[in-house]
Design a protein around this ligand. Structure first.
Ligand code: ADP
Ligand code: MG
Length: 643
């Protein structure tokens, strides 16, 4: 009933009840004509919204529960059972109103996000500081955000220090201190300092704008259970009408019943067999769970993502930026061709300047720390999972894995090979640098495992995830070091993006549903190939965010555990609801056919079950993870298809 304002719905429901009560009193007083007038008004109030909805569905070629209810009410009136028909319309309209209010609570999650979008920004321009619409601020412009204001656009702090409350975007409850170089998001709230920010994204592409789009899409995307119900809904509704018709015609013809008695029973059947509760049980539960997750900084892009995550048996992590913080520090700059470390680092940094990779950030930061001049490359090409190729000062500079820098499988020169091995043995991520086909040296970088990663992996195991794996483009030794720290036994290293996809496919075939957690451009294909792709939202690339089904807005792996536990809970509630709704329908149908249930009793039973499944689904809004039981992680099964 989208076109009806919810208050109208509530008023119509109250009107139905009022006219129904007047009608009953008038009947008692013997005022039959006036009573019928009151009942007619009750029908008009109670049937208005249902008629509109049923008509809309019919024009789209569908029969829905609204039509079934209207048929039943019309039938009751035809039999002179106006009071029972009015009770039916009242309760149906009441449960629709409740449902509407319930759904509005989840919808409000989006409205609240929209309200976070500031409309104006203070831009620093030639004419001084001017207030302009956020849409008119170009990427690269500097904006000024005063204390206490909402940050209007995504950007990087260029001057000032302030505590920023990021709760609306990341769910972090404690404000974080932002200093020059730090990233800030539109919609977050500036604390006590003045910040100057260089805008990095246009208004329509900010993280907040994307979240709003994703949540909006999430509500229109249907979960598999929902699609199943949609599919069987039509034949089922037709079946109910046919069965009621058969009862109305069959009882008089075959069993000699008087027609009114047969009709009364047929109408009762029509009501109690209607799938109202079945239809509402899944969306009420899944939307509540999605709203709950959004508040905790976990974005599900739809009910389907929730259902898929609930069924996951294997969780596979990317390494750099996912299990590790993705803040790489260059620890070793080793020329192997007689040049200076400065030249080596400056060339590498120039080549990496346009790369979004965590490694690139580490290399560029090191060059800046050394005070080296880093000139922008004339051309730049990223090879995901391998490295970069760029034109710097007239030479083609390559930085990355040996296969990339030495063309077509040529072996690395001996000094470079030894350095690479030494650095890798020390647990470093090592990249080779070459210019114009000559290998110049090797750079080693170190990253740290996220502090919460071990706890998160252990919690996943306790939740019954059968296997936890690690796939990375990095070398085996670094991968093994991270895996050992986290008690992950299944490791695949030196994988190209498409090899990550193949690894995911093998695990799916061997063990059932797989979730892939990643952050990089190189992870995007694997995120798409997995049953559920989970992206790290804070440090993740756009490619990962767009491809993933679930986004952890704050780069905290414990949110993944939260998401998984919530998804399981939501699935359980959906199953409960469907089972309960089906059981009530079965019991009422049997009671109608075998025991001649009164229409009013059938109506009450039917509508109560609808209200109960909605209420049960809404409990998910308030769900919090129970304290995880301290159980030893189960033995892992050996992986058949892993290297
Ligand atoms: P991960 O799977 O751990 O996130 P990637 O697949 O992105 O890692 O990268 C795999 C390897 O490719 C890196 O360890 C590095 O050797 C090389 N590489 C990728 N991107 C770059 C880059 N921008 N600069 C240098 N090396 C890179
Ligand atoms: Mg990564």
């Amino acid at each position: 009933m989208p076109s009806l304002r919810r208050h109208h719905l509530a008023v119509l429901t109250a009107g139905t009840l009022a006219f129904l009560a007047v009608g009953v009193l008038l009947v008692r007083a013997g005022q039959d004509a006036a009573a019928y007038a009151a009942y007619t008004l009750a029908y008009a109030c109670g049937g208005y919204a249902a008629t509109r909805a049923a008509w809309g569905a019919l024009r789209a070629g569908r029969i829905d529960v609204n039509l079934l209810m209207l048929l039943a009410a019309a039938g009751a009136a035809a039999l002179g059972a106006w009071d029972e028909g009015a009770v039916l319309l009242f309760l149906f309209s009441l449960s629709n109103t409740l449902e509407y209010y319930a759904m509005a609570r989840t919808r409000r999650a989006i409205e609240a996000l929209m309200a976070l979008r500031p409309e104006r920004a203070l831009a620093r321009r030639a004419a001084g500081e001017v207030t302009v619409a956020v849409e008119d601020v170009a990427v690269g412009e500097t904006i000024v955000v005063r204390p206490g204001e909402r940050i209007p656009l995504d950007g990087r702090v260029t001057a000032g220090v302030s505590d920023v409350d990021q709760a609306p975007i990341t769910g972090e409850s404690v404000p974080v201190t932002r200093t020059p170089g730090d990233v800030v998001f539109a919609g977050t709230i500036n604390g006590g300092g003045l910040l100057e920010i260089e805008v990095t994204r246009p208004a329509g592409e900010t993280t907040l704008a994307r979240i709003i789009r994703m949540v909006a899409e999430a509500q229109s995307q249907r979960a598999p259970t929902q699609r199943l119900i949609d599919r069987v809904g039509q034949p089922y509704a037709l079946g109910v009408i046919a069965a009621s018709g058969a009862l109305a015609a069959g009882l008089p013809l075959l069993a000699g019943w008087p027609l009114p008695d047969a009709l009364y029973r047929a109408i009762t059947l029509l009501v109690v067999a209607s799938p109202c509760a079945l239809v509402i049980s899944t969306p009420a539960s899944l939307l509540s769970a999605i709203a709950n997750a959004a508040r905790a900084g976990v974005l599900f892009k739809g009910g389907a993502a929730l259902e898929a995550l609930a069924g996951v048996r294997t969780v596979v992590f990317d390494k750099t930026g996912t299990l590790t913080r993705g803040v790489l520090v260059a620890t070793d700059v080793v020329p192997t061709d007689g040049g200076s470390p400065q030249t080596l680092l400056a060339l590498a940094a120039a080549a990496e300047l346009r790369s979004e990779h965590h490694l690139a950030e580490g290399i560029v930061a090191a060059a800046q720390a050394w005070g080296l001049a880093v000139e922008p490359p004339a051309t730049f090409q990223a090879v995901p999972g391998q490295g970069v190729i760029a034109q710097v000062a007239g030479a083609e500079v390559r930085v990355g894995v040996p296969e990339l820098v030495t063309d077509a499988g040529a072996a690395l020169p001996e000094p470079a090979r030894r350095t690479l091995e030494r650095l890798e043995a020390a647990g470093r991520t090592a990249v080779v640098v070459a210019a114009s086909g000559r290998v110049l040296g090797v750079i080693g970088l170190a990253d740290v495992v996220r502090p919460e990663a071990a706890e998160a992996v252990a919690a996943l195991r306790r939740l019954g995830v059968a296997r936890v794996g690690l796939v990375t483009g990095d070398n085996e030794r670094t991968a093994a070091a991270v895996a050992a720290a986290l008690a992950i036994t299944h490791v695949e290293a030196r994988l190209q993006p498409e090899e990550k996809v193949a690894a995911i496919r093998r695990l799916r075939a061997a063990d059932g549903a797989v979730a892939m957690v990643g952050d990089g451009v190189n992870d995007a294909p694997a995120l798409a190939a997995a049953d559920v792709g989970v992206a790290m939202g804070g440090g993740g690339t756009d490619a990962a965010l767009e491809t993933a089904d679930v986004v952890l807005m704050r780069d905290d792996l414990r949110r993944l555990v939260y998401a998984l536990a919530l998804a399981r809970r939501a699935r359980a509630v959906v199953v409960q609801n469907l089972a309960f709704a089906a059981a009530v329908i079965a019991a009422l149908v049997v009671a109608t056919l075998a025991a001649g249930l009164r229409l009013s009793a059938g109506v009450v039973g039917h509508e109560m079950s609808t209200v109960i499944v909605v209420a049960n689904g809404l409990r998910l809004l308030r769900w919090r993870p129970p304290e995880a039981p301290a159980v030893a992680p189960p033995e892992e099964k050996p992986a058949p298809a892993l290297k």
